[in-house]
Design a protein around this ligand. Structure first.
Ligand SMILES: [Zn+2]
Ligand SMILES: [Zn+2]
Length: 302
């Protein structure tokens, strides 16, 4: 498999981990809100015909490399708030005002993390691309996709349980102690491709109680087919929201040996739980039908 690491054209430091070209259309999120456009660890070209979407500005044609949001040890948000401040997240204000910079200060790209449309970063055409060919053969994506379609066809059999835990917030680590800690859990999914949910059972929940977490199909594909890491650093959490109007926003953030899952709004209960990264990763691996640990616990530098 071919991978690319993007580097700053001015100072040559890496701007990204090694990223692979995304072929799997099902893993793209073109219309949804509050969901990464594509999985971490991958890139797509803005002029890819599959990316026709009103949410991807054609004004940014000079910034052809689209990727998932990254933490600041890779790429920083521009220090000028007039270039970055949206109504509730990172926004941009014109094709001549990049809102992302390299650690050296060089203006390098645009990012969108506001409420409308999927979240993305895009890098300027001048970024240096360091290519490598990995020895490993690509996994059996077609087989995994078929299995994911089977799994998601299961019915949702439980009403959603509210474990409390509010208000715990990704960027306020002491608040994580308010959330129920799940020492063990079992993960299933169902509800159909149009409206999937995760279901979480745990000995730390009342018997028969299930956490029900709506998840868009694109995000489920990233976990079940691409085996994406099921969290991001708490600085830029992994987030998603189902296309359904009343679906809650979901965020997964890691700090040291804890992962926080927060689920909130609109007009629904708001809750949070924590788990060890290995507990959460192993539950996903079992759902994919794998025996052992398969997600690198800190695959930030592949
Ligand atoms: Zn630089
Ligand atoms: Zn907003």
């Amino acid at each position: 498999m071919r991978s690319i690491r993007f580097r700053c054209p001015r100072c040559d430091v890496p701007l990204t981990p090694r990223l692979r070209a995304l072929e799997l259309m099902e893993a793209l999120c073109l219309q949804g809100d509050q969901t990464w456009l594509l999985p971490a660890g991958w890139f797509v070209r803005r002029d890819d015909p599959r990316l026709a979407s009103p949410y991807l500005a054609t004004a940014l044609a000079d910034y052809p490399w689209l990727l998932a949001p990254l933490p600041s040890r890779w790429i920083r948000v521009h220090p000028d708030p007039a270039r970055t401040t949206g109504c509730c997240g990172l926004n941009w204000w014109g094709p001549d005002k990049p809102n992302l910079v390299c650690r050296c200060g060089h203006e390098i790209g645009f990012g969108h993390g506001d409420c409308i449309g999927p979240h993305w970063y895009s890098l300027h055409a001048s970024t240096v691309r360091e290519e490598a060919i990995a020895e490993t053969a690509p996994p059996d994506y077609a087989g995994r996709l078929a299995r994911a379609r089977e799994l998601v066809a299961a019915p949702i059999t439980s009403p959603p349980h509210d474990p409390g835990g509010r208000p715990a917030m990704a960027d306020d680590v002491p608040s994580w102690d308010r959330a129920l800690h799940l020492a063990e859990l079992e993960l299933t999914c169902g509800g159909g491709i149009e409206d999937p949910s995760l279901m979480i059972a745990s000995p730390q929940l009342p018997a028969e109680a299930r956490l029900v977490v709506p998840i868009p199909w694109c995000q489920l594909v990233r976990q079940l087919v691409l085996a994406e890491k099921p969290w991001a650093e708490n600085e830029v959490p992994l987030g998603w929201k189902s296309p359904r109007q009343d679906a809650p926003q979901v965020e997964l953030s890691r700090h040291r040996q804890r992962v926080l899952m927060t689920v909130w709004g609109p007009g629904r209960s708001e809750w949070a739980v924590t788990m060890r990264p290995s507990t959460w990763a192993d539950a996903w691996a079992r759902l994919r039908g794998e025996d052992g640990e398969s997600v690198e616990l800190d695959a930030t530098d592949r």
